[in-house]
Design a protein. Structure first.
Length: 447
């Protein structure tokens, strides 16, 4: 949102210039209005909402930032939410909005929805976890019976399409609502009007179970290049459909969560969250990092005599720790990415460790030789660090690579989000182990 336009609208809101604000809003896409509302105070956003038609207001509400939307909805009566917004929303969008509300607010909104079928669909969808197909599916579909004639099918399609914004596929069911096929619209034109739907439908369409995890749904949509995928229950009855835009929204949210885990945040945090929320999310890993630093100081304290005899060793402590952390994070990031896109499975642990070991050996040899050359030039052949540093680097790189591979794959087997392995956990562990290896190898070389 352009700063100049934002300030103009804020000023017009303060001056209660209703007509001028409405004129500016008429030229904006609903996504731009949502961005505008994200920048406004709740009371200002409420002023804007009053000026929108019902359909645009519903689209804007869906596109708003989740936390800001929840704060905004507390200012609006439940009856208005139900009658003005939900009547113009797909069920999956309505479920997304209502899911995070308290039970009392949910019941109030549902009681005011005039379309009992829509209210029932929302209640049914709320039963599913938000991380499975049922949690993000919508029930708005064009559905025809396999025994209908083409003319009858066309009439039904027209009637059902009146209440829908977009039609992705036409789904074919039998008399007990089991998914039987997909209706290619091209065949409606090219086949005789007397043909029944079941004679021209595409049988055995790709579908997902209602309890299929979201990440698997996304992979299916991507693999088969689908715009939408039908959702069925355990006996094959058609329950809903998931569109590609809903699936991509989930991918984006999961990517944000994984990125924050990898960055050392213990929970999902936004820039608009309170100071307490941001502090509580950051503090756990900071404390763990502090304990890791104390552990390092203890290790170095136990080798005080060695450091006193060879103070040049201290010059390479950041190198050892930083290299170990970087290598471990690289290895774990590659594994986490492979596990996420299913190009790697937890059962392939031996194969992946072997592969990573070979890569680590090449990298370790190259950087160790570079450091050896530098130390040889600076300290000569008599200095212990000339040999201890490159040998320690080789050992640290090997350990960090294997450790960075083992940890996320083990977490995956234990059904724990492996993304946490790419964060401070790997860096801190490699830092401590790296110091132990560095000091130990130096002592063994006769320091």
């Amino acid at each position: 949102m352009e700063e100049e336009l934002l300030n103009t609208i804020k000023n017009l809101i303060e001056q209660k210039e209703t007509n001028k604000v409405k004129e500016l809003l008429s030229d904006l896409h609903h996504a731009d209005i949502a961005e505008l509302c994200n920048e406004l105070k709740p009371e200002q956003a409420r002023f804007v909402y009053i000026l929108l038609d019902d359909e645009t207001a519903a689209d804007v509400l869906v596109a708003m930032d989740e936390d800001i939307r929840n704060e905004f909805l507390h200012l609006i009566p439940s009856e208005i939410i139900a009658k003005r917004f939900f009547d113009y929303m797909d069920t999956d969008d309505a479920v997304e909005i209502i899911r995070d509300m308290d039970d009392e607010k949910k019941e109030e909104i549902l009681s005011h929805i005039e379309d009992l079928e829509q209210a029932g669909d929302i209640v049914d969808l709320l039963k599913y976890d938000e991380d499975v197909a049922g949690g993000i599916m919508g029930t708005e579909m064009v559905v025809v019976n396999e025994n209908w004639s083409m003319p009858e099918c066309l009439i039904q399609m027209r009637q059902q399409a009146e209440d829908m914004d977009e039609i992705y596929y036409v789904y074919i069911v039998d008399d007990v609502e089991r998914l039987k096929g997909v209706f290619p619209l091209k065949k409606m034109i090219t086949n005789p009007s007397a043909s029944k739907v079941k004679h021209v439908m595409k049988k055995d369409p790709i579908a997902v179970h209602v309890n299929t995890p979201i990440d698997e749904v996304v992979q299916i949509i991507e693999k088969y290049d689908l715009v939408a995928v039908p959702v069925v229950d355990s006996i094959g009855r058609l329950l809903g459909r998931i569109t590609v835009d809903d699936a991509m929204d989930e991918v984006r949210e999961q990517a944000e969560r994984d990125y924050q885990l990898a960055s050392g945040l213990s929970k999902d945090i936004e820039t608009t969250d309170s100071i307490f929320q941001q502090t509580s999310a950051r503090l756990p890993w900071l404390i763990i990092g502090m304990l890791g630093g104390i552990g390092n100081s203890v290790i170095l304290g136990n080798f005080g005599t060695t450091l006193a005899s060879h103070p040049e060793m201290a010059l390479f402590i950041p190198l050892i720790g930083g290299t170990g952390g970087n290598v471990g994070t690289q290895s774990s990031a590659i594994v986490v990415q492979g596990l996420a896109n299913k190009t790697l499975e937890a059962k392939d642990i031996t194969k992946q460790v072997f592969r990573e070991s070979l890569v680590a050996m090449i990298n370790a040899a190259i950087i160790s030789l570079i450091v050896y050359g530098y130390n040889l030039f600076r300290f000569g052949t008599a200095a212990t660090v000339t040999y201890s540093v490159p040998i320690s680097l080789f050992a640290v790189v090997m350990f960090a690579s294997i450790f960075g591979t083992l940890v996320p794959m083990t977490l995956e087997k234990l059904r724990i989000d492996p993304a946490i392995a790419t964060g401070p956990f790997i860096s801190i562990t490699n830092d401590i182990i790296g110091m132990l290896l560095y000091m130990g190898i130096t002592v063994l070389l006769g320091a």
